[in-house]
Design a protein around this ligand. Structure first.
Ligand code: NAD
Length: 362
């Protein structure tokens, strides 16, 4: 499996380096022969090549089996004509990665005010309230006068149907409960259509329990009773906001894994941003990107039918859980370690598991 790694900005290089070493350890343990190939993106690429995403990078990415994109300083990139492309948007759009899968779960040993839960936000990823996603040319925010802005949201039957299908299939593999999150009481046409399409898709799965919640009420419900949710499907912006909340409810934004999936490609990406406030200080939690990389391995295993990738993904998740439980983690999750030492702890656990497995085999 060949994976392109684009470290990104801010804390990106720190958490990408750690994620690469965890992947290498998992690759050795399960004899996956994973090849990691690093390229610049974001500010480094802008300085070096005059564009945050240099020409030709998309072809390099496409030729690989998967992509790991670190967080980038999106807010800094304003003028595409000057090479300031939002890499996250660029790859999601160019590779048509329509489903953003964002699991959030609690971990044993990690204090959490709201009790144990295990849910997944399935977020539509290619349209919605994202001004740079919706148009063939230009974007969907209009400056009417210097004091008046109109921001448009696009919702299509095609994109709603495919995200609804993805969510139903995932729910069938889990606890068979699908919650549709929307604002159809106000966005009666757009979210009304989204809600109808999700309900219609779910009718093909009679074993699914289906309910729906207004997005504003969802903020209260998910805080009050996160354990009662399984798979949550929603539109792009709502899913972005909700999944940061669910990651934080699980213990930290730094725990939020995220996989962007299309028909034949997937990109692992942390749920959080480039966190410039803590960049370069060896304090960022690398677990979000590590768990995202594990999701990428599992996706590849399912596609290729090679169970070792799924096993490697589970082993990484277990090693992360063991590191958290034993306090070998960053401060945001109650530990006292830096980014690199947290990664090393996860690698050590993966390797010691390997030792235990080989002892057991003899
Ligand atoms: P952020 O997600 O980077 O940070 C929010 C808060 O969470 C900060 O206090 C930060 O220190 C903390 N945090 C984030 N990740 C953490 C981690 N791994 N470990 C510990 N603490 C962590 O959001 P922001 O500060 O609003 O945005 C910073 C930049 O990131 C902006 O340019 C924004 O546009 C960009 N951004 C990029 C992506 C992406 O690349 N996918 C996503 C969101 C934001």
């Amino acid at each position: 499996m060949r994976i392109v790694v684009l470290p990104g900005d801010g804390i990106g290089p720190e958490i990408a380096a750690v994620t690469s070493s965890v992947l290498q350890a998992a690759s050795e343990r399960f004899q996956l022969n994973v090849k990691l190939e690093e390229h610049a993106v974001g500010h480094t690429s802008l300085q070096k090549f005059g564009a945050t995403v240099r020409p030709g990078l998309l072809e390099t990415v496409r030729s690989a089996d998967g992509l790991i994109l670190g967080p980038t300083a999106t807010a800094d990139f304003r003028d595409e004509q000057s090479g300031e492309i939002n890499p996250s948007k660029y790859f999601r759009k160019s590779l048509d990665l329509f489903a953003n899968i964002r699991p959030a779960r609690t971990f044993p040993g990690l204090r959490n005010r709201f009790g144990a839960f295990d849910l997944v936000v399935v977020r539509e990823n290619t349209e919605g309230f994202y001004a740079d996603r919706n148009m063939e040319q230009g974007n969907s925010e209009l400056l009417v006068t210097p004091d008046v802005v109109i921001s448009l949201r696009r919702i299509t039957r095609f994109c709603s149907e495919r995200i609804a299908q993805a969510a139903c299939k995932l729910a069938m593999r889990r606890r068979r409960h699908l919650t549709i999150v929307h604002k159809a009481n106000v966005l009666k046409i757009g979210d009304g259509m989204f809600l109808d399409i999700c309900r219609e898709a779910a009718r093909a799965y009679p074993e699914l329990v289906v309910d729906d919640v207004l997005v504003d009420a969802m903020m209260a419900h998910v805080v009050r009773r996160p354990e009662s949710f399984d798979v949550i499907v929603t539109t792009n912006m709502f899913g972005d906001i909700l999944s940061d909340l669910t990651a934080e409810l699980s213990g930290s934004l730094g725990l939020g894994g995220s996989l962007n999936v299309g028909a034949d490609y997937a990109m692992a990406q942390a749920a959080h941003g480039s966190a410039p406030d803590i960049a370069g200080r060896d304090v960022a939690n690398p677990i979000s990107l590590i768990l995202s990389a594990a999701l990428l391995l599992a996706w590849y295993g399912e596609r290729s039918g090679d169970a070792r990738y799924e096993a490697a993904a589970r082993a990484i998740e277990n090693a992360v859980a063991a590191a958290i439980q034993s306090g070998r983690a960053t401060r945001d999750v109650g530990g006292a370690l830096g980014t690199a030492a947290t990664g090393q702890a996860i690698v050590d656990i993966l390797r010691s598991d390997m030792a235990a497995a080989s002892v057991a085999a003899h």
